[in-house]
Design a protein around this ligand. Structure first.
Ligand SMILES: Cc1cc2nc3c(=O)[nH]c(=O)nc-3n(C[C@H](O)[C@H](O)[C@H](O)COP(=O)(O)OP(=O)(O)OC[C@H]3O[C@@H](n4cnc5c(N)ncnc54)[C@H](O)[C@@H]3O)c2cc1C
Ligand code: FES
Length: 508
């Protein structure tokens, strides 16, 4: 089937209009607080909620609208089953650290469950078993090793030969009693509690720099300063990077569809072991169930014809459930660290009062929650069992070095190749609602012709470290293949590490 005309024209998550989040004005003065937090995603909001609850004076700065980043575009499974990971963690870090990894995520799941009950949050929190299934012989042996790891770590679950979802598979591993929810409905209540407890929230307030010291000072794009005792950088990719994080993480995009289906959903949350990845769950929405199908990951800026990823997911969803309607399509990106464990803790050893929380490998509903809990404990000088596990200053030579070489080998290539790379079209050849790399005034430039025929031309040199951005036709954005920065068709920053927009180019 040709899906192109059956997919929504613009990407947006199914919940976009269903949760009315409060709006906050931008910061218009200098401030002094106990804790400044940059980033209104799951990490920043959870930390702000916990710290204001303890009576600390907190300012949360968000460049855009709260929850408009990856947290507002997630699948929202809440689980410690982070794909096949526990056997690998045991062999790289030992049984104790693997157990701590599981327990940190289990505690985060329980925190969300308990908070949902205590604050009476109506957020579609539903307990479900989580499955990773496979059709390949190679992954079968991995699943068997993973099951042995579950048993060593006393994780409830193990190998099964059937699942509630009728899907062709050789085997699957189940983790019992995991959960799913509506992250915006949950987070909205935390946001209300932050302001009730005296916390300040500022939107449209981009942090651009930090002066470290005993009292770090955050400078905003508008030139205002926030002085604090502690700073949490929860901006997804750290906007302030003193730890070479841009060399220690890589960004991947994935795609999602929300579907009305002919077949009803049998329950459970599913993930394929092999690639192309397929993640499946359902969600209650407007009195019926939607099925969410996600997957098709690729490194940011490396996808050519990104729209086709939606078509592949639609084919998969149709085969499995019979699609009545593709209600929404959207995509998002997340960051993976070299050893697959997030970086949560002091950004560098020299600055023990500046913290970072990032690198959740598409499992930030639990690890972003764990980050808020851990950073709150560190600031309150309470013991937390997971501090050493997540500390960004750890060094595990074996997996880190291999991953570094594999994931960053192409960065230098993009830097050089992009400058001399192919120009794909001329400005005159562009159709309405089409973008491409073109030549303008004799130089490489990026041009998007909008539906009204207006041209938006930008310099394709990324303002982070100078790689060349590529056009993303599925999202109408310019994406950087080096460290994952993204820019709107007119050049505004959508995702860091870049903080400055692409330069505008004018036709001579
Ligand atoms: C397709 C997909 C599916 C996923 N599914 C799941 C799932 O099922 N379960 C799960 O556990 N996890 C899942 N994840 C992962 C999870 O969504 C992310 O790990 C998590 O949302 C990241 O949260 P964050 O707070 O770090 O980032 P964000 O939510 O992106 O928040 C960072 C915020 O910082 C702001 N910001 C950036 N720079 C600045 C600046 N300079 N000044 C001020 N503000 C700034 C941004 O605007 C943004 O709002 C998925 C991820 C993807 C990509
Ligand atoms: S994101 Fe680093 S050069 Fe573009």
């Amino acid at each position: 089937m040709n899906w192109e005309n059956k997919l929504p024209q613009f990407p947006e998550p199914y919940w976009r209009d269903s949760v009315k989040l409060p709006s906050f004005s931008k910061l218009t003065e200098d401030k002094k607080v106990d804790v400044a937090i940059v980033g209104g995603g799951i990490s920043g909001i959870t930390a702000a909620y916990l710290l204001t609850k303890q009576g600390l004076n907190v300012a949360l700065l968000e460049a855009d609208k709260l929850l408009n980043g990856t947290t507002g575009h997630t699948t929202a499974k809440i689980t410690a089953q982070h794909d096949i990971i526990y056997d690998e963690l045991i062999s790289h870090f030992g049984e104790e650290k693997a157990r701590l990894y599981y327990e940190a995520n289990y505690d985060a799941l329980n925190f969300i469950k308990k908070t949902t009950r205590e604050l009476h949050i109506d957020c579609d929190f539903i307990e479900e078993d989580a499955y990773v299934y496979t059709n390949s012989e190679e992954k079968l042996s991995k699943l068997q090793k993973e099951a042995a790891a579950y048993s060593r770590l006393s994780i409830a679950g193990g190998l099964v030969d059937s699942m509630p979802l009728d899907l062709e598979m050789k085997s699957a591993i189940v983790m019992k009693n995991q959960a799913q929810y509506h992250p915006l409905k949950f987070m909205k209540v935390l946001v209300d509690k932050i302001t009730e407890a005296g916390g300040s929230i500022y939107e449209q307030t981009t942090a651009t720099d930090v002066e470290p010291g005993n009292h770090p000072v955050v400078t905003t794009k508008d030139g205002h300063k926030v002085t604090c005792d502690y700073l949490i950088v929860g901006s997804h990719f750290p906007f302030y990077d003193k730890g070479f994080y841009f060399t220690r993480m890589y960004a991947e995009r994935s795609y999602l569809l929300a579907l009305k289906t002919k077949k009803s959903y049998p329950g459970g949350m599913y993930l394929s072991a092999e690639t192309p990845k397929r993640s499946i769950r359902y969600t209650p929405f407007n009195g019926e169930n939607l099925v969410i199908v996600a997957g098709e990951k690729h490194k940011t800026g490396h996808g050519t014809n990104t729209f086709q990823h939606y078509e592949h997911l639609a084919e998969f969803g149709d085969e499995l459930f019979g699609i009545e309607e593709v209600v929404n399509r959207w995509s998002a990106q997340d960051l993976t660290t070299l050893d697959k464990i997030p970086y949560i803790g002091a950004m560098t050893k020299d600055n023990p009062n500046i913290f970072v929380a990032t690198g959740y490998r598409k499992w930030g509903m639990t690890t972003g929650t764990a980050a808020g809990m851990l950073l709150c404990d560190i600031i309150l000088q309470k013991q937390n069992p997971y501090e050493q596990l997540y500390t960004p200053s750890r060094f595990q030579a074996d997996p880190s070095v291999k991953q570094f070489i594999a994931q960053n080998a192409d960065v230098g290539g993009h830097f050089v190749a992009g400058k001399i790379g192919m120009v794909h079209k001329t400005v005159d050849e562009l159709q309405p609602d089409e973008g491409a790399v073109v030549k303008v005034n004799g130089k490489r430039a990026g041009c998007y012709k909008d539906a009204n025929g207006k041209l938006h031309i930008v310099d394709t040199t990324c303002t982070h470290l100078g790689c060349e951005v590529e056009w993303n036709d599925g999202e109408r954005s310019w994406d950087c293949p080096c460290h994952g920065s993204r820019f709107s068709f007119s050049g505004e920053v959508m995702e860091g590490p870049a903080v400055e927009p692409l330069k505008k180019v004018h036709l001579d």
